[in-house]
Design a protein around this ligand. Structure first.
Ligand code: ADP
Length: 308
């Protein structure tokens, strides 16, 4: 039996209209989801989907309108302190005191959480996020990626079973991103349940065991990453062409042709159409220089579900 790490039941958040806004906003519309212990769970959605609202409710920064939230067996209404103790939340923005060392920062944070000196595992945490060598350097001298890892370390001082990362790679370059991902995976292997919000599909595809897609406060999909990817039926063929006579002549019922800069792309359902029929029609109207195909990725589902 899978054990539930975190669940939301009929969770609703309405932001009431205020001075600057004309209408109230339904930010979460009866959100229902379960996160299973030990998994890496992706919370995916475009801007305004309600991701931050959800995390802020978990963090106790935003008050829900109605519905139930349970974290590690604790009900948010009945045991808000235990809920907080069960979560480590890594914020989006890097807000570190520049003049403290990683070690000092973690000690201070542990103090804030009431972790007794004897129970602190500062060195272990620094090791987990590969910052042991920088333990005593000023935080301001750390690279962007190191600062991110320090934020993760900060969220871990009270050894929460669940770690939530809000857009962990915003502003992080490709190399550091890989590094960060391997750190997150290591933590997950140690048994930490990971919840990751992102609007980067490739990131979710790469990292997550299961993915929830939300849009305008509604849950539009929740499945294993594998099953979500299997849903993709459309395939793309991109033709690099020369001497394109008349694009209008390239048509076929049920196939969408898109015109680009010296290219034509066909989008079609791979179960219904044949590769050679599509090539034939393009060939009749242009000189084909190159062909590339694309079996689709999470982005196709995402676009379909969120209509962006
Ligand atoms: P995301 O993190 O997925 O981008 P948010 O949770 O920030 O989405 O926002 C969800 C919706 O709630 C948006 O329409 C946003 O404008 C609105 N919203 C977020 N915070 C507030 C707030 N403090 N007051 C009023 N509306 C808000």
């Amino acid at each position: 039996m899978n054990k539930i790490a975190l669940s939301a039941k009929d969770l609703i958040k309405v932001y009431q209209k205020s001075k600057g806004t004309y209408n109230s906003t339904l930010a979460l519309n009866k959100l229902n989801l379960d996160v299973i212990q030990g998994e890496i769970f992706g919370l995916l959605g475009p801007n305004g989907a309600g991701k931050t609202t959800f995390i802020n409710i978990l963090a106790g920064l935003t008050v829900k309108t109605s519905g139930k939230v349970n974290v590690w067996g604790f009900d948010l209404d009945d045991n808000p302190r235990q809920v907080r103790a069960s979560l480590g939340i890594v914020p989006q923005e890097v807000n570190l005191d520049a003049f403290f060392s990683p070690k000092k920062l973690l000690e201070l944070q542990a103090g804030l959480y009431g972790v007794k000196k004897a129970d602190r595992i500062t060195d272990v945490i620094l090791n987990m996020v590969s910052l042991n060598k920088q333990a005593d350097s000023y935080a301001r001298s750390l690279s962007g990626g190191m600062k991110r890892r320090l934020l993760i370390a900060k969220a871990m001082v009270h050894q929460p079973p669940i770690l939530i990362l809000d857009e962990p790679t915003a502003g992080v370059d490709v190399e550091l991103r890989k590094n960060l991902f391997s750190n997150i995976r290591e933590l997950n292997k140690l048994g930490v349940t990971i919840i990751l919000t992102t609007h980067q599909l490739n990131e979710a595809e790469l990292m997550c065991d299961r993915i929830a897609i939300i849009n305008k406060g509604n849950l539009v999909a929740l499945d294993t990453t594998e099953k979500l990817l299997q849903r993709i039926e459309s395939k793309k063929i991109k033709f690099k062409v020369k001497n394109l006579n008349d694009f209008e002549n390239i048509k076929m019922k049920g196939v969408k042709f898109l015109k680009g800069d010296s290219s034509v792309t066909a989008v079609y359902d791979k179960n219904k159409f044949k590769f050679d029929e599509i090539i034939k029609i393009v060939k009749e109207n242009a000189e084909i220089i190159d062909i590339s195909t694309d079996d689709g990725d999470l982005e196709d589902i995402f676009v379909e579900l969120t209509n962006n």
